[in-house]
Design a binder for this molecule. Structure first.
Ligand code: ZN
Length: 136
């Protein structure tokens, strides 16, 4: 049985500067990088929480997917990301069990393959899967 671990927890916020003090100062998570991701029209702050991290995501435009999510649902938990040994095998096993996937085949960003599972099948939370094997 492959080990599945939490890679990150993503939280949508209206504003990183006002959201950060809780996570960084009150909770005490070390702040890693803060980066603009123009492709996704967001700015992301990464905080370290042991082997995992918290990603605070702030939309940078009014019409991105994240901005629409924020407008509709408000700030809060956006998704949980689990790391698996073999993403194809994990997706195939889920499909065999009737789990609804947003991506049937993994996408790739920066050598990292990932896919999303529909909240319908997870009890209401968007779940992201990461393949543990990072490609060069
Ligand atoms: Zn994620």
């Amino acid at each position: 049985m492959p080990a599945v671990t939490v890679n990150h927890i993503a939280v949508v916020v209206e504003n990183l500067d006002t959201a950060l003090p809780f996570w960084q100062t009150a909770l005490g998570l070390p702040l890693g990088k803060v980066e603009d991701v123009p492709a996704e029209q967001v700015k992301v702050a990464f905080l370290e929480a042991g082997e995992s991290h918290v990603e605070l995501v702030q939309p940078t435009t009014a019409d991105s997917g994240i901005a629409k999510y924020l407008a509709k649902k408000g700030a809060g938990l956006h998704h949980l990301c689990f790391e698996v040994d073999d993403i194809e095998a994990a997706l195939a096993a889920m499909q065999a069990q009737g789990v609804e996937l947003i991506n049937d085949t993994p996408k790739e960003r920066g050598g990292r393959r990932y896919a999303f599972v529909h909240p319908k099948s997870t009890g209401g939370v968007l779940v992201e899967l990461y393949d543990r094997r990072v490609q060069p």
